[in-house]
Design a protein around this ligand. Structure first.
Ligand code: G6P
Length: 368
């Protein structure tokens, strides 16, 4: 088993470190710098089909659901198409209003999650344009969607998902680019964005190189029993995912909130020393997030900020800082989540947790 872990103590750490390679595999051959677009033949080859799409609906569970939330921002921002995310478990019980001009994207690492599969069957029955975004080749969801894009992330063993999430986001950014090029995105803009996608593995590598620093910070947060993650815009789903990673493997009670929602409840729970992990990347909305950080600090919270490299102004607001490289706001979700994966891992490790096999959790949930 030690050999399978490639010298790492846990599969999760190995998989975190594999991300630059997994992402290269997910991206390879899928960017077209000439057209400033992406090549995802699994989305259907007819440009007419894609031009007719009037709405994109992502369905998934757990970490895959969080990836869908990033996808929602990407599709609306880059492709100008209405996009939404639905919890797979809810989809078929809520009269989904979908038809042939709706693209339903089922996101599932394993391709076996029962709720997501049920949503796929429902969407197929309603005649939607259904596609899968799966990692496991030949899995049930991949087969039943018929159309789709594989992640090529390689096998993910750790129950807590890491490289599948980042590859899901990378593929959705490429989807958004492709849909956007048929709509409001010019060739030049497309090329610029394609370049940003191509840089993702290097951005992630820069975060992984900070693993020891992040471990030192983690040691200072490992004794707390509560933590809040806040973010805005595309960093809101990253806050949700950061909180999920932490609670899954360290058993710390962690909550992710939109930074603006703090005032509507959770701020009541802040006490002297309660950790708040603030995603204060230099993207639109940063100033407002920094305002929320001030509000937390005034209640005695201890602030760990994720900030853009070199942003000394934002760093001033924080007790501790992890820097992520500057890039397009949507692309920045990927290196940012990697910082949070490492934070969760090192905190759990500090607490002596099981990590690869957290209590009560399964890698794939095949009952509804
Ligand atoms: C389980 C796993 C999670 C995963 C979720 C969805 O809860 O523990 O890591 O995100 O299922 O799995 P899927 O294979 O559909 O992405």
């Amino acid at each position: 088993a030690a050999a399978e872990k490639g010298g790492y103590d846990h599969f999760m750490l190995k998989e975190i470190h594999e991300q630059p390679d997994s992402l290269r595999n997910a991206i390879r051959g899928r960017l077209d710098f000439n057209l400033g677009s992406s090549v995802l033949s699994g989305m259907g080859t007819s440009p007419r089909d894609l031009a007719e799409i009037q709405r994109v609906v992502f369905v998934g569970c757990g970490t895959s659901l969080h990836a869908g939330l990033v996808g929602e921002y990407a599709i609306e921002d880059l492709a100008d198409i209405h996009a939404e995310v639905q919890q797979a478990a809810e989809f078929r019980y809520r009269n989904p209003i979908i038809g042939s001009r709706d693209l339903v994207v089922a996101i599932s690492q394993s391709g076996e999650t029962a709720d997501t599969l049920a949503a796929v069957r429902e969407a197929n029955q309603k005649g939607a344009f259904v596609m899968g975004l799966c990692n496991v080749v030949g899995s049930t969801i991949a087969r039943e969607t018929g159309r789709g894009v594989y992640l090529h992330a390689g096998p993910e063993i750790s129950v807590a998902s890491t490289k599948a999430f980042t590859c899901q986001v990378a593929v959705m950014l490429m989807m958004a680019l492709k849909l956007g090029r048929g709509r409001r995105f010019s060739r030049e803009e497309g090329m610029k964005f394609a370049k940003a996608i191509e840089s993702i593995p290097d951005l992630v590598q820069k975060v992984i190189e900070q693993s020891d620093r992040i471990a030192a910070i983690a040691a200072r947060y490992a004794q707390n029993e509560h933590a809040f993650f806040i973010g805005r815009g595309p960093m809101y789903p990253v806050a949700l995912e950061g909180a999920l990673k932490l609670k899954e493997i360290s058993y710390i009670h962690a909550e992710g909130y939109h930074a603006a929602e703090l005032k509507h409840g959770p701020i009541a729970l802040l006490q002297e020393g309660t950790p708040v992990i603030a995603l204060a990347n230099d993207i639109p909305g940063k100033d407002k997030t920094l305002g929320n950080v001030e509000e937390c600090r005034a209640r005695g919270a201890k602030i760990l900020g994720i900030v853009t490299e070199g942003d000394h102004e934002a760093a001033e607001f924080m007790d501790d800082v992890i820097e992520v490289p500057a890039t397009h706001p949507l692309v920045a979700t990927v290196p940012t989540v990697v910082a949070l994966q490492l934070l969760a891992y090192h905190i759990a490790n500090e607490r002596g947790c099981e990590i690869d096999q957290p209590r009560n959790l399964a890698k794939s949930v095949t009952v509804e």
